[in-house]
Design a protein around this ligand. Structure first.
Ligand SMILES: Nc1ncnc2c1ncn2[C@@H]1O[C@H](COP(=O)(O)OP(=O)(O)OP(=O)(O)O)[C@@H](O)[C@H]1O
Length: 219
């Protein structure tokens, strides 16, 4: 399974020129603040649109400016773990996980089944009826991961998934994430400011600076 990205997008201060190939396994994306990491992920997910280029997942075109193809986010099969998780504060943990499945029109009993399976897998079933403000940082991250994976994405995008966690929890969640990625066997992109995190979790990395992306070597 592979994801090929070659896109351009004019931003206020520079032009983003993202070019990366991601295979099964985890690819790190590093760079200074404001260099174009999040917007690259958003273009891949389809919540932002590039000005030109192509995004191809296993031969399937998600975006092609010349062919005028631009699949909406719900047709891209991409899981996006947002910076800060973006859980809906007015929905319970359970409802937060169900929302994507509802949007995709799954039947009610299948939604229940899939949500319960995911909550068990991430050890959050006891939190089902609580709201995001009533759970810890690690539990929020588990909820966000469950919400992302319940829709069975083909590609996983993670924007600084550990930045909100303290050091102890960060190491624990890194281990969990590493096991999960190995089990899923899908391409993943991890945006991070930490070389250590990328060295631990990724088998490939890119650097981006003012919108210009280059492959870098892991230590
Ligand atoms: N939709 C948009 N249209 C135009 N410019 C944007 C848009 N979104 C972000 N930008 C600008 O593009 C640049 C890159 O932003 P981006 O959010 O990708 O940075 P980043 O590398 O993820 O930074 P950080 O590490 O701080 O999260 C910034 O200068 C930002 O102000």
């Amino acid at each position: 399974m592979s994801l090929e990205v070659k896109i351009k997008k004019k931003l206020k201060e520079f032009t983003l020129e993202s070019e990366l190939n991601v295979e099964t396994g985890c690819t790190g994306l590093m760079g200074p603040s404001g260099s174009g990491k999040s917007i690259t992920l958003k273009c891949i997910a389809g919540v932002e649109t590039a000005d030109s280029g192509r995004i191809v997942l296993d031969g399937k075109i998600l975006y092609d400016s010349e062919k005028k193809i631009d699949l909406p986010p719900q047709k891209r099969k991409i899981g996006y773990l947002f910076q800060g998780y973006a859980l809906f504060p007015n929905m319970t943990i359970e409802e937060n996980i169900k929302i994507g499945l509802r949007a995709k029109g799954f039947p009610k009993d299948e939604i229940e089944q899939k949500t319960n399976d995911m909550m068990k897998r991430f050890h959050i079933e006891e939190l089902a009826k609580r709201y995001p403000r009533q759970i810890s940082g690690g539990q929020k991250q588990r909820t966000a991961l469950a919400r992302m994976l319940v829709c069975e994405p083909e590609v996983i995008l993670m924007d600084e998934p550990f930045s909100a966690l303290d050091e102890y929890l960060r190491e624990q969640m890194q281990d969990e994430l590493s096991n999960m990625l190995a089990m899923l066997d899908k391409p993943a992109i991890l945006v991070s400011h930490s070389s250590k995190e990328v060295e631990n979790l990724c088998d490939k990395k890119y650097h981006i600076q003012r919108g210009h992306m280059e492959r870098a070597t892991l230590l």
